[in-house]
Design a protein around this ligand. Structure first.
Ligand code: APR
Length: 264
């Protein structure tokens, strides 16, 4: 059961947005970054989360970089949207929710049917030309093929490099493609960030779901919302950096709590 004040808040809100993190995909089988079986536990982010860190690792331990790439893509590739993703898509369909602002790159919001998804950290299926900015989407089996080739190339830096340059082909403009994800130290897409900042100030209610709220600038969004008078409902099994400013903290799993809002 949702607390009465939460039900009233949700019913009264005319415009709602959601800010999501890795936790919303946890019930889809994707470990969160900072959880016990998280990527950043196995692969320290200071080595694997930035482009320079990865290049340095590639020089000294190329096979570790391949292992990281395989572990990064493997679970999201197999994942399906869960009831939390579907609940947000349904809220949008009924006209209550105007946007999902996500830090996730797994594409699960879109696959659940959400239309207005602002991706702060990019998308794991998308490549971007470094010269002209053109996008190209990779299909699931294209990524699987790439991971298989990387696995087979292990043990030889040259072979790995050959696979990598095969993936990041040249664009028609002559520039080279890269993955369209934001690594640590890189700027977020400014238009997406500005739009997210505008939305969290404009809505009456912001759901903050499944994020530890420690990675900036995305983590500033709940604070920007709060300053603008937007109410915040946080959903997380454990308290996060956002909990102190949340108007309501609903402790538990997103896939169990969010669908309840569809029946109030
Ligand atoms: N439902 C809701 N929340 C959950 C669930 C669940 N089923 N399971 C775990 N969580 C919560 C955790 O308690 C934690 O607070 O999800 C949060 C996940 O936190 P992080 O792993 O830090 O992920 P996130 O906040 O999305 O990380 C932000 O950091 O590494 C970068 O770019 C990466 O976008 C990512 C950013």
């Amino acid at each position: 059961m949702l607390p009465d004040e939460v039900v009233t808040l949700y019913r009264r809100a005319k415009r709602v947005a959601a800010f999501t993190g890795a936790g919303i995909s946890e019930e889809s089988g994707i470990p969160t970054f900072r959880g016990d079986s998280g990527l950043w536990v196995k692969y320290p982010p200071e080595k694997f989360a930035s482009v320079t860190g990865l290049l340095r690792m590639f020089i000294t331990q190329p096979d570790r970089v391949v292992d990281f790439a395989i572990d990064f893509y493997r679970m999201p590739l197999m994942a399906e949207p869960n009831p939390a993703h579907y609940a947000l898509a349904e809220m949008e369909r009924t006209g209550k929710l105007i946007a999902v602002i996500t830090q996730n790159v797994d594409n699960l919001h879109q696959r659940a049917g959400s239309k207005n998804v602002l991706e702060l950290h990019g998308n794991m299926y998308r490549l971007r030309c470094m010269r002209c900015g053109k996008h190209r989407y990779m299909a699931k089996d294209e990524i699987e093929g790439m991971l298989n080739r990387l696995q087979q190339a292990k043990g030889s830096r040259i072979r790995i490099l050959r696979v990598v340059t095969g993936i990041f082909k040249r664009c028609e403009c002559g520039g080279r493609y890269r993955v369209d994800m934001v690594f640590f130290g890189e700027p977020l897409p400014q238009d997406v960030l500005f739009e997210a900042e505008r939305i969290v100030q404009e809505v009456d209610l912001l759901f903050v779901i499944g994020t530890s709220g420690v990675v900036y600038p995305a983590a500033s969004l709940p604070y920007i919302a709060k300053d603008a008078g937007t109410k915040i409902i946080e959903i997380n099994p454990v308290a996060s950096a956002v909990t102190q400013i949340a108007d309501h903290f609903l402790q538990g799993k997103a896939g169990e709590i969010l669908p309840k809002f569809l029946h109030v």
